[in-house]
Design a protein around this ligand. Sequence first.
Ligand code: AMP
Length: 116
Amino acid sequence: MNVDHNCIFCKIVAGQIPSRKAYEDDEFLVFHDIAPWAPVHLLIIPKAHIATLSDIDPSQDAGMLGRMLALAPRLAREHGATNGFRTIINTGSDGGQEVYHLHMHVIGGPRPWAKG
Ligand code: AMP
């Protein structure tokens, strides 16, 4: 599996930095965002290091991306986003990406939200 030893999310996957885990399987880790915008704010990440959505290989990674998106509804519901949620992937500097390890925000729960 591809790992970047300088990447904060790779360190979370490795257990070197703590996180509030919401779900884990062989391919993905899901944890609560440290600075939530809303009552539910999860980050779904592939365990393997891929810096951004622009770095995916469509012939290799389409299945993984589908499975990542497919995790969102159940996890959102289970954590209290029973009336809808947002899924966001920020990509690159103009996309507002701060952590360069592919991740999908799942943001929901009763409004008002701090942002979004
Ligand atoms: P983005 O702007 O899409 O790259 O979002 C990165 C997200 O990661 C932000 O919402 C941060 O609050 C969140 N974040 C950064 N460090 C941690 C951490 N150690 N644990 C949980 N969430 C984090």
